[in-house]
Design a protein around this ligand. Structure first.
Ligand SMILES: Nc1ncnc2c1ncn2[C@@H]1O[C@H](COP(=O)(O)OP(=O)(O)OP(=O)(O)O)[C@@H](O)[C@H]1O
Ligand SMILES: [Mg+2]
Length: 471
């Protein structure tokens, strides 16, 4: 090894020489080597390593802290702990390199420096382990990306479509609530869009860049809820993971915690929950330390919380804490005029055969949908459309297909309320139907049809003109 050792650093010359001997001996097996003194300053670096790092010729690394050259070097740790890191993987300029680091100790066992070797990732015998690391790293980054996606909100207010006054009022209420930071409670029947609106509140709030973490109270067993919410300290109980696990509260720090189906929250958790809301601090299972958390609570339920309070399954103090801002989401049957635009939105998401341009729903079919009372609200509407799309021979969803896709008549119980509240319009529609019916029966004979209907010929012609049926 021709390179000269600079008289810098605190490593005693005897040790430096010993290290150089090792370098010389192993030269053909590694691709680069480095030496640091007890303060982790570079005392020597192999020319091949310089090249590998793309170090400019005029750059003098000697005497500088190792991190100036290798930002994620672990050599400082080796000199500080006196322990080697025999096998590790370091990333340099998008490359995975295998590294080996050994402390240099004097006769008294005092650390005087350290050496590091670098191996390329194509060294045969390292292939299995490199492959494994690569796979694990890919899995990790995929899982992290999925988590990030999950923690970001999927929906904004524009995803909640509707043209009715009720929806307009609801949206302006949501916008107002988003600007405030207190807890919000969404009440409404199943499938009305409460979860979508919870996302929308978060999105429109100052916390939009923070996480959105959802917990469905009905989906998690009571025994697990506490650790789910507050986390677990390492070794908290026999069989607990060694590593601490963050609870949803901590994960939602700086953002929003969405409590879905809050009516199903067990009483045992309610008291603990209330305390967190009051104190703004959590205590992980098995730890004695309190941690500050900054979280906005949005809760949702389709249950009658006041009835649950009366039955003593829901704590009144918790109710008053979360019901500061209450939003009632109206059921679909109370806003039939939204059905058309909601259908159009939902149909966008239903896959269609390659050559179809898009689903078309006929006006008669929409009118039929508007007469049903939708106990399952928008979710049920989506199911009906999916069924209809699967049955339709082409992209047109007509009244026949929709009728077949709807729940059986027993459940359907068509609403008796006319689609518009106006008596005159209802009568006009009935009259037009009667005229068409009479014309069908008389095979288009107008005089005969007029007689059937009990009106004069001139009256009959006048009605044909009025209803645009061709006089
Ligand atoms: N106004 C709307 N516009 C578009 N899509 C909607 C609308 N309302 C609801 N949806 C859709 O309907 C489905 C049901 O909505 P969501 O899950 O938010 O209901 P929910 O009130 O949380 O129901 P549950 O109480 O059963 O949990 C979702 O796919 C949602 O995107
Ligand atoms: Mg929901």
């Amino acid at each position: 090894m021709a390179e000269k050792i600079q008289p810098i650093g605190t490593t005693p010359p005897a040790l430096v020489n010993a290290a150089m001997g090792v370098f010389e001996l192993l030269r053909e097996y590694f691709e680069g080597a480095i030496m640091v003194d007890a303060q982790a300053r570079i005392t020597w670096i192999d020319a091949r390593y310089r090249k590998l790092l793309g170090m400019p010729d005029d750059f003098e690394p000697l005497g500088r802290p190792v991190e100036d050259t290798l930002p994620n070097s672990m050599l400082r740790k080796v000199v500080e702990t006196g322990r080697p890191i025999l096998l590790d993987i370091m990333r340099i300029a998008e490359r995975q390199l295998v590294v080996c680091r050994i402390p240099l100790k004097d006769d008294q066992g005092v650390v005087q420096g350290a050496i590091g070797f670098v191996f390329y990732d194509n060294v045969d015998y390292l292939e299995p382990i490199m492959k494994k690391v690569e796979t694990l790293q890919k899995q990790l980054s995929r899982a992290q990306a999925a988590l990030d996606r999950q923690r970001r909100t999927k929906y904004s207010l524009s995803n909640f479509v509707g043209v009715s006054d009720k929806v307009a009022e609801l949206k302006s209420q949501i916008r107002r609530f988003a600007l405030r930071d207190g807890p919000a409670l969404l009440l409404g029947e199943t499938g009305t869009g409460k979860e979508l609106l919870a996302h929308a509140i978060h999105q429109a709030s100052d916390r939009a860049d923070g996480p959105f973490v959802a917990v469905n109270m009905a989906a998690i067993p009571e025994a697990l809820l506490e650790s789910e919410f507050f986390g677990v300290a390492p070794g908290a109980y026999t069989g607990a993971e060694k590593k601490p696990r963050k609870g949803k509260f901590e994960l939602a720090h700086g953002g929003t915690l969405f409590l879905d189906e809050i009516g199903d929250m067990p009483l045992s958790i309610q008291a603990k929950f209330l305390r967190v809301l009051q104190e703004g601090e959590i205590e992980a299972l098995g730890s004695n330390a309190l941690k500050k958390v900054d979280v906005r609570i949005i809760a949702a339920t389709s249950q009658d919380l006041e009835a649950l309070m009366a039955a003593r399954t829901f704590r009144a103090d918790l109710y008053y804490r979360i019901a500061v801002l209450t939003i009632a989401v109206p059921p679909l049957r109370e806003r039939a005029e939204d059905i058309e635009v909601i259908c159009e939105r939902l149909l966008e998401d239903i896959p269609r055969a390659g050559d179809m341009r898009g689903w078309i729903i006929e006006p008669d079919a929409v009118r039929l949908l508007q007469r049903y009372d939708w106990p399952g609200n928008v979710r049920e509407l989506r199911n009906v459309l999916e069924r209809a799309a699967a049955m339709a021979p082409d992209e047109v969803l007509d009244v026949g297909v929709i009728a077949r896709a709807m729940p059986k008549l027993v459940n359907a119980a068509p609403r008796s309320i006319p689609e518009t509240g106006h008596l005159a319009e209802t009568l006009a529609r009935a009259e037009r139907e009667a005229i068409l019916d009479a014309l069908r029966k008389t095979e288009g004979q107008k005089t005969e049809a007029a007689r059937l209907l009990g009106v004069s010929r001139s009256q009959f012609y006048e009605k044909l003109r009025r209803y645009d049926l061709g006089g």
